[in-house]
Write a protein that binds this ligand. Sequence first.
Ligand code: NAD
Length: 291
Amino acid sequence: MVLLDGKKTSSDIKDEIKVTVTTMKERGEKVPHLAAVLVGSDGASLTYVGSKVRACEYVGFDSTLVELPDTTTEEELLNTIKGLNENDDIDGFIVQLPLPKHIDEQKVLMAVSPDKDVDGFHPENFGKMALDMESFIPATPFGILQLLERYQVETKGKHTVVIGRSHIVGRPMSILMSQKGPAGNSTVTLTHSYTKNLSEITKQADIIIVALGVPEFLKADMVKEGVVIVDVGISRVPDASKKRGYAIKGDVAFAEVSEKASFITPVPGGVGPMTIAMLLKNTLLARERNT
Ligand code: NAD
């Protein structure tokens, strides 16, 4: 069994980006600038945004954190987004989700300029991605493709089963795994909460990408020998033995499934760190496209 080490791979990618940024600085070019908008004070969101800002500092990007209170109106947020769209110094920006309930998430994501949409959530980018055109691929799926590619996992002609059809992971993943190119050319089955006999389908899979958010959902008796497993899930499970009172669990029962797998991502240290690295990669792409 080979561990698909997202911690190491993401650190390699960040170091590659750092080298590019150093060269940009030496040439007197403008370095990429990523902004993040955070509305409210949700603990997990603060942690995610903090990691993104630190990653920017590490690679030498400029970064701006726009912190807005819980009470921010939809109109105020849309105005902030307009300002970022029009600010030539900012190459790309993200709006950290989830947003407070009184704000329409779809309206907000639609307001982000597709040229600065480094999360790849705008319908224009999603559509371009589906049509094999140049776009911003959402960071988590982009990270999974990179992991598969860098570990030279064969995907061509394989049967890939994706569990979960979210707009940010499962749905784009199903499109990307079926398209032409590296880490593509798979035959894809997209499964979700209405799928019947899921085990029968997963037992036929050469590659399983699991993104449903149910801790240790995928068990060893649901997979065949030699399967490739990509575990996207991140759940906090109460654990008194931990100082912080919880443990992070993936969607895969790692101990038992890893015994049958040929490749598998751990949680933590698999897909999670790749997501941040690919956000940086998209910001670098945005800078390059803006020059
Ligand atoms: P979501 O929470 O929006 O949706 C869950 C999906 O799972 C739905 O499409 C639903 O149909 C499907 N599902 C639910 N129960 C099912 C079942 N019994 N059988 C088959 N399908 C079922 O999904 P999401 O936003 O992609 O998040 C999934 C998990 O991935 C969460 O734990 C989330 O925290 C994690 N996540 C991790 C990263 C990362 O960077 N590692 C990024 C995004 C999401």
